[in-house]
Write a new protein. Structure first.
Length: 383
């Protein structure tokens, strides 16, 4: 039987070394754990920032209500998708035309211009969508304040109409033949009205395509039509509030290209020459020069801002210094003013049609909209 070698006693030095090694291992374990936790935190924080914080951050607040980056980016993608689809259809129509055919030259040129305008619109889709969503929120809040509502039936009818479906199409009436028909002309068949089944198929296919291509929900899609109805109803409400009379001035002007020319016009007026005669001789405004520069009566909101401010600052008989606008340099003379003159029908109609746009401009500049938009918030779009 082999002899077992007796275990040698452990010295204090060895115990001290072993304790030091265990302590180092514990420290390394803590350091490793902290490092791993830090890595997990950084990765988790990055994921949170990218997929939670950034999408939830607002691109704007409207009276304190946030428009999230997530909703904004979804709408940008939808608007860009619509533009690309429209461009593709227009390009297909253009390709079917013969550019060498003189009868189609105008149509080819027109289609090319339309496609270019659509492409230009795509380049600004990010900012245009931002403006659209801010306006939509302003309109919805004002509609709620006024008690304007959209019923489920109104919304459904709007969608049907936009898809080309009419629940109650008019009964076609035969057109009486009063002349000899050219037998060489092939009669074109009348397109049958869309049926409810066709509408439901078309609508369902389109919603499915949006969901597949853009992850765009049907609820969000229907909200677009609801926004259109709110837009229409608020426009109608604001149009009813446009006053039928307001302060107006009766003015005339002489428009020239440069400030030097405008100063020379003033010198001739100060020398006693007739305003109307100078307008006929020198004004580049072809719409008024033959009338001696007479613009008739107009209220605020009908002229460019610089011109309007100058005109309403004058009293009857006074003439302005040169006024610069995007059209050139104006010499303005006020003939009459009236603090409460009835608007003519055309001007009243024009002011009513602008009522919502003017209201939106005022709201955007009132401090109720706080913007956080930047080009960095625009999502990557398909080419």
């Amino acid at each position: 039987m082999p002899k077992v070698k007796p275990t040698e006693p452990i010295t204090k030095k060895q115990l001290s070394r072993r304790e030091q090694e265990r302590r180092q291992q514990r420290i390394l374990g803590v350091v490793f754990g902290l490092t791993a936790a830090a890595v997990v935190f950084v990765l988790g924080f990055g994921w949170y920032q990218e997929y939670v914080a950034k999408p939830s951050a607002p691109v704007a607040t409207v009276n304190g209500k946030a428009i999230s980056t997530r909703d904004y980016q979804a709408m940008v993608k939808y608007n860009d998708y619509e533009l690309r689809s429209t461009i593709a259809r227009a390009q297909s129509q253009l390709d079917s035309l013969d550019a060498t055919n003189e009868d189609q030259t105008f149509l080819v040129s027109y289609m090319q211009q339309q496609i270019q305008q659509l492409r230009t619109k795509r380049s600004s889709v990010g900012l245009d969508t931002y403006d659209q969503m801010v306006d939509d929120e302003l309109i919805r809040q004002e509609a709620a304040r006024r008690g304007i509502q959209i019923t489920a039936e109104e919304l459904q009818l709007e969608i049907e109409q936009q898809f080309g479906y009419d629940r109650n199409p008019p009964t076609p009436t035969p057109t009486p033949i009063t002349a000899t028909v050219d037998s060489s002309v092939t009669p074109q068949p009348t397109r049958a009205p869309m049926t409810q089944t066709e509408f439901e198929t078309n609508y369902g296919s389109y919603v499915a395509a949006l969901r597949k291509n853009l992850a765009f929900s049907e609820q969000t899609f229907r909200r677009l039509f609801e926004s259109s109805l709110y837009h229409t109803k608020l426009q109608e409400a604001l149009a009813l509030e446009v006053p039928a009379s307001e302060e107006q001035v009766h003015a005339r002007h002489i428009l020239v290209a440069t400030e030097d020319e405008a100063n020379k016009v003033l010198e001739r007026l100060h020398a006693g020459e007739d305003f109307a005669a100078l307008a006929k001789e020198l004004s580049t405004d072809t719409g008024s020069k033959e009338e001696g520069g007479d613009l008739g009566w107009f209220p605020r909101g009908m002229m460019v801002t610089e011109f309007e401010n100058a005109a309403f600052a004058l009293q009857p008989g006074e003439t302005s210094e040169p006024v610069k606008t995007s059209f050139g340099y104006h010499i303005i003379n006020v003939i009459e003013r009236d603090a409460n003159r009835s608007l003519d029908e055309a001007t009243l109609d024009q002011k009513k049609s602008r009522a919502l746009d003017n209201w939106l401009t005022t709201q955007r500049n009132s401090g109720t909209v706080i913007s956080y938009w930047s080009s960095a918030k625009v999502p990557n779009l398909s080419q």
